[in-house]
Design a protein around this ligand. Structure first.
Ligand SMILES: *[C@@H]1O[C@H](CO)[C@@H](O)[C@H](O)[C@H]1NC(C)=O
Length: 91
């Protein structure tokens, strides 16, 4: 009897610990700000750009800055080299 109660409490504590562990992991995921998808769409008025390495869940991308917005662009986009001429690179 006593043993089964102990087991019950122990598993209850364990469940709480696991749930808290999952909750703790969530904020770090939200803070991961990077490109998870890329687009081939042309972006007008590029003010700066940054290269992003593939690092799961992030993908390889060129981040284009335009009017305070950021765009995740495919590094293989054919129009990209021409559009980045003279554009400052952020490292
Ligand atoms: C963008 O264009 C390149 C070259 O045509 C192609 O290889 C790539 O798959 C395209 N990417 C997307 C996200 O459509």
């Amino acid at each position: 009897m006593r043993f089964s109660w102990g087991t019950l409490i122990l598993s209850a504590l364990l469940t709480v610990t696991i749930v808290q562990g999952l909750d703790y992991r969530r904020p770090t995921k939200v803070l991961t700000k990077c490109c998870k998808r890329v687009s081939n769409a042309t972006i007008p008025k590029i003010t700066a750009y940054r290269e992003q390495m593939a690092f799961s869940p992030c993908v390889e991308a060129v981040v284009l800055y335009s009017d305070k917005k950021q765009f995740c662009t495919d590094p293989r986009a054919p129009w990209l080299p021409e559009s980045l001429k003279g554009v400052p690179k952020i490292s």
